[in-house]
Design a protein around this ligand. Structure first.
Ligand SMILES: [Zn+2]
Length: 209
């Protein structure tokens, strides 16, 4: 990847982490003559970091009247996971800002925006490293913000570190994260599909045994 492409990728990931975005969903309904109609349902979603923070602080959100209801019993541990993921990203972002002598801002979003503003100072190796890290943070946040979809926690060993029971798979976001070794999988590089095949093979082998 050339420098400009890398900076564009970094900026896009940071925007999704920091900035609210608009979501349009087509909702089906029937009019009084029983004709099927559609209307557009527009919502504004906070950035992924804000969603992560909200998930940790207010774990039960009954705002959506669509989608499967989360299992109440699984909420508190998942809220703690969201909290620790948010804290981990804050720490990493802060460390980058500190290494570039950027003045700390009040929020992780502020620090991340300052960091994006400073990408011009980075040499090619550091820029590549930042791109890799941003993709990792984005995946961590994507996995942990799956509040409207149930988070899948298969009882299989992680293919990277072999710890059992620490994989978290967000089927809606198509992202996965190992809580033990912090490895990530996503659809952008196809790794989530390999993980899916791995989990499937593992589960069917266990069922056959
Ligand atoms: Zn692992």
């Amino acid at each position: 990847m050339d420098r400009d492409t890398t900076i564009t990728a970094i900026t896009g990931l940071a925007e999704q982490l920091c900035d609210p975005h608009h979501h349009v969903e087509r909702v089906r309904y029937w009019d009084k003559n029983r004709n099927e109609k559609h209307r557009e349902w527009r919502t504004t979603q906070p950035g992924l970091l804000q969603q992560l923070h909200d998930a940790a602080v207010e774990p039960v959100q009954a705002t959506a009247d669509t989608g499967p209801r989360p299992t109440p019993g699984s909420r508190p541990p998942l809220a703690l996971e969201a909290l620790s993921t948010h804290a981990a990203i804050c720490t990493h972002v802060h460390h980058w800002c500190w290494s570039l002598n950027l003045n700390p801002r009040n929020t992780v979003e502020g620090n991340l925006r300052a960091l994006i503003g400073a990408t011009g100072q980075l040499d090619d190796d550091d820029l590549t490293l930042l791109a890799v890290e941003l993709r990792t943070w984005h995946r961590w946040a994507s996995v942990a913000t799956g509040w409207t979809a149930p988070l899948f926690a298969p009882h299989v060993p992680c293919p990277a570190c072999h710890t059992t029971g620490q994989l978290r798979v967000n089927l809606t976001a198509q992202a996965a994260h190992c809580r033990a070794c912090q490895a990530t999988w996503a659809s952008d590089d196809g790794s989530i599909y390999h993980l899916g095949a791995y989990i499937q093979a593992h589960t069917s082998r266990k069922a056959a045994a």
